[in-house]
Design a protein around this ligand. Structure first.
Ligand code: GAP
Length: 488
């Protein structure tokens, strides 16, 4: 990527971050204490948008698919869960400290950044060979080799400016705490690093209680926690985040068919919520995790480049087998169609609610030339927009506020709407554009005569006159999830 393109992208991310704060989407956590790195709070409109996205995902999974049901497992799980899943032993990142600045870095990220610098300087060959060498060392878990490579490439700490590095060590990403009030009796417990394990350990509970037949899926939305060392790019990589995961249990041997099915379905979902095909791509993993026989990422072209939004993984029978072994409890399914018992294979779809939020926000953020000024607005699909309509009396007198309030009181029963009468109508339209409200309903003097209002459309700014009586049906049609579901 050329340097000026990169600068433009950085400034676009900065614009999105400051817009998100100023207009109530995302605030830094505990900001009055200077914030907490990689932790964020959702604001007034952010929480509405995030809830809409979660509800849309949930209903797509559990309502459109009659063979998918949901659960809500606890964040804390028996510690052996994480031994069985492999997280205690291998959910690690290679870390290196600079002895002068005392700053800690991810060793692979330092090398990736060096490769990016070579690429920026036009030396693509050197960038590629550096990444290949790093890949080889990472695969062999050769931590000394990684440190030697960092030294050989003269990588310096941006804070101290020195190459005075420690050894590379593996650092587990799970947050650990203690349960039990007496120190000697306390047991280590982890904040879950993924929601999936809550689904695996409940596999038979769900199958039996809901009388599910393979193939079937279990969906879940919930918080996950990772002690990410490289926490950058706003809400892209957080320490506390939310996952929306679905494990689809299938007959062994049929997993590849289902893997392709879910990859296609999830891609279609991203397009249906308004993400252009040109900004999405599929990245097939060449190097697979030990438990997977196929994996891909759905990537979006963020202001900082193509990055993973969702992962589709064919996880074989690894997790259920491990839990069966560690718990000593059978986790098998009797398949009446073939008269056999087996441990099902699993195809997983896993998306971060926060990353989805960032993709939707980045995609919606529009700055367009409007003659003498720049017009900024958020072009959300009406079904996911935080506020569906604003009811605005043209002036604060002549009975217009009363009439507008009447409309507001009716519409609020079915839709998230707001009433606003302060400032000029133009300023109020602008404010609604900035939070992405698709429709502004203006109440004027004609309203009092013929019970009609104007609807101003956010994207085109065009206005049309409609009878008040038609508003509920119009809004219901425009903001319904059905419009997204029909595209799937
Ligand atoms: N159960 C599979 C799993 O957890 P993952 O690729 O580590 O796989 C799945 O995570 C998704 O969770 C990612 O595609 C991303 O959307 C989200 N995610 C992972 N780590 C995250 C983080 N630190 N901050 C925000 N979202 C994250």
């Amino acid at each position: 990527m050329a340097k000026n393109e990169q600068l433009q992208e950085i400034s676009q991310l900065k614009d999105i971050v400051s817009h998100a704060k100023e207009y109530g989407f995302i605030y830094p956590s505990s900001e009055i204490y200077d914030g907490l790195q990689a932790v964020y709070d959702y604001g007034v409109y952010g929480v509405e948008l995030k809830n809409n996205l979660k509800r849309l995902w949930w209903e797509t999974m559990t309502r459109l698919n009659d063979n998918i049901v949901g659960i809500d497992a606890a964040i804390f799980m028996h510690p052996t869960t994480w031994k069985a899943s492999g997280h205690v032993d291998s959910f690690n990142d290679p870390m290196i400290d600079n002895k002068d600045s005392k700053k800690r870095y991810r060793a692979d990220v330092l090398l990736e950044e060096k490769a990016a610098a070579f690429e920026l300087a036009g030396d693509e060959g050197r960038a590629k060979s550096l990444l290949a060498e790093m890949g080889r060392l990472m695969e062999a878990e050769d931590l000394t080799g990684i440190r030697d490579l960092i030294n050989r490439e003269n990588i310096i700490c941006p804070i101290s400016g020195t190459c005075n590095w420690t050894e590379v060590r593996q650092f587990n990403l799970m947050f650990e705490s203690q349960v039990g009030s007496v120190a000697e009796e306390a047991t280590s417990i982890y904040l879950r690093p993924e929601t999936a394990q809550g689904i695996f350990v409940n596999f038979l509970n769900v199958q039996k209680s809901a009388r599910m037949k393979v193939p079937f899926g279990i969906a879940q939305i919930g918080k996950a926690f990772r002690n990410e060392i490289v926490a950058r790019q706003f809400i892209f990589r957080m320490r506390e985040f939310e996952q929306m995961e679905m494990q689809f249990f299938v007959r062994p041997g049929s997993e590849m068919e289902w893997y392709h099915h879910w990859a296609d379905r999830r891609m279609a979902w991203h397009r249906a919520i308004g993400i252009p095909e040109t900004k999405l791509r599929r990245h097939d993993h060449e190097k697979l995790a030990h438990y997977a026989n196929a994996a891909l990422d759905i990537e979006y072209d963020f202001p900082f480049g193509y990055k993973e939004v969702e992962g589709i993984h064919s996880r074989t029978d690894f997790d259920l087998k491990q839990h069966q072994e560690f718990s000593g409890k059978k986790l098998q399914y009797f398949d009446p169609e073939i008269n056999q018992s087996y441990i099902p294979f699993v195809v997983e779809t896993s998306i971060g609610a926060d990353r989805l939020f960032l993709m939707v926000l980045s995609n919606a953020y529009k700055e367009i030339d409007a003659g003498d000024k720049t017009r900024t607005f958020l072009k959300f699909h009406p079904a996911i927009a935080p506020v569906k309509a604003a009811i605005l009396p043209l002036t604060k007198k002549d009975g217009l506020p009363e009439k507008a309030r009447e409309i507001f009181e009716t519409l609020k029963m079915d839709f998230k709407v707001i009433y606003e009468d302060a400032a000029s109508i133009g300023k109020r339209y602008t404010r609604q554009d900035l939070i992405g409200t698709p429709f502004c309903i203006a109440v004027d003097h004609q309203t009092l005569e013929d019970d009609t209002v104007t609807i101003r459309h956010r994207d085109s700014t065009e206005q049309e006159r409609v009878p008040i009586g038609e508003l509920p049906a119009r809004l219901a049609h425009e903001t319904s999830f059905k419009r997204i579901f029909e595209k799937l």
